[in-house]
Ligand binder design. Structure first.
Ligand SMILES: [Zn+2]
Length: 416
């Protein structure tokens, strides 16, 4: 028997509405539904239904710190320094309180899968991981939370971190993270990559690294794409490695950039631009023609590299903006990536839905079709091609067939 019917729903870009029937947490039919009165119903009134959003890269443990201490100079070094000092005062209680606010905002914004990157290092220890393991259980009705053990302070330059990464994986982290930009030398960056990918193999988990994040693309520490592709292929980790930022890719000469992207595509390594952070921290040393370092999205598409986008941080020294809304990130990426028109905007929408789901490995059973998980979003619009432009209200958020959030907004033009 059906558990939920979404009646008169426009399935993504369908020309006409139909009914979506949900049984045991999955979509059992798209088309004519059983008669009214047999189960809970949502009258979509012709609104668009899309699969719920996926945030593949979000730092919940250090969100909402900007009110405590802001970035003094807007640089990456400033962000690491300020956040490192604040992390010394982290407790389970204060991390939990801030992380919960962002998790709840994300659910209201229509996100039902988050890959979170809590810091794991001698300053924060396992506090972030432990809190998120707890929140993963507390919000399981609304959200699938993946936890990345993220060595923000580096591994080689921060002794004790490798041991902590192993402890984080034992404590419930699902993914091993990396942060190559915080190592001192090219040799250490490479050793960091190898160590992270070896841990992924050893523990049978995916890897998700912050990489090639810098303005100076001539610095080989920020040009690791080919090396990461090669090391991924060598370990048979294709389809299980994602790279956040990758800003310096845009600054490499075109032929070199094309080789790097071909290597990523061949190895099955995904790229996740984080435009709010990349734009805020990038180009701080430039005095004229300030660089706006965002990974070259259209070229990544054309090269066949799986590409999603995400919020990264919410209101801290790395990114003093954000509401954990994937549609805000999608619009920012479109505006700064020379992406426009219906075809581009549809692809950008896929970067926070289908392609983000592939990056975090939840693509099987994702979508609006019979057999898929009923993680669905009823958007307060009938115009599919305007979703990224309008960022409409998330009228109903459905997780595994259950309504987990509702939003309404009334706007009235008053005529005298
Ligand atoms: Zn990040």
């Amino acid at each position: 028997m059906a558990d939920l019917i979404l009646r008169d729903a426009r399935v993504e870009d369908a020309a006409t509405p139909s009914d979506i029937t949900v049984t045991d947490g999955r979509i059992s039919a798209v088309g004519a539904a059983p008669p009214a009165g047999t189960c809970e119903e949502i009258d979509c009134a012709g609104r668009v239904v899309v699969p719920a959003f996926v945030e593949p890269h979000l730092h919940l443990d250090k969100a909402l710190l900007d009110g405590l201490r802001a970035n003094p100079d807007g640089t990456l070094a400033g962000a690491i320094s300020v956040t490192g000092a604040l992390k010394a005062d982290f407790t389970h209680d204060n991390v939990r309180a801030r992380a919960r606010r962002v998790v709840e905002a994300a659910i209201l914004n229509g996100t039902t899968v988050i890959r979170a990157h809590p810091d794991v290092d001698p300053i924060e220890g396992l506090i972030g991981v432990e809190v998120l393991v707890e929140l993963r259980a507390a919000y399981a009705h609304a959200l699938d939370l993946q936890i990345v053990a993220f060595p923000q302070e580096g591994v080689l330059r921060s002794p004790g971190t490798e041991k902590l990464l192993r402890a984080a994986l034992a404590a419930g982290a699902d993914v091993v993270g990396g942060c190559t930009y915080n190592e001192a030398t090219l040799e250490d960056c490479r050793a960091h990559v190898e160590l992270v990918l070896d841990l992924a193999v050893e523990h049978g988990v995916p890897a998700d690294l912050h990489a090639d994040f810098g303005d100076d693309a001539s610095d080989p520490r920020y040009a690791l794409a080919e090396f990461i592709g090669e090391q991924t292929a060598r370990r048979g980790l294709g389809g299980r490695v994602a790279l956040g930022h990758m800003t310096s890719l845009a600054g490499r000469p075109p032929a070199e950039r094309a080789r790097a992207m071909a290597a990523l595509a061949a190895a099955g390594v995904a790229v996740v631009p984080l435009p709010a952070t990349d734009l805020y921290l990038g180009g701080r040393g430039d005095t004229t023609a300030v660089r706006r370092g965002v990974a070259p999205v259209r070229e990544l598409w054309d090269a066949g590299v799986l590409t999603a986008c995400s919020s990264n941080n919410v209101r801290n020294a790395f990114t003093p903006y954000g509401s954990a809304d994937p549609l805000d990130t999608a619009l920012l990426l479109a505006q700064t990536g020379h992406l426009s028109g219906a075809a581009d905007l549809r692809r950008v929408l896929r970067m926070v839905t289908y392609e983000a789901a592939r990056v975090v490995g939840v693509h099987d059973g994702y979508g609006v079709r019979p057999g898929a998980r009923a993680d669905l979003l009823v958007l307060d619009t009938t115009a599919y091609d305007d979703i990224v432009l309008d960022r409409p209200e998330r009228a109903w958020v459905v997780k595994a067939g259950r309504v987990v959030a509702r939003s309404t907004r009334t706007r009235e033009l008053l005529v005298p």
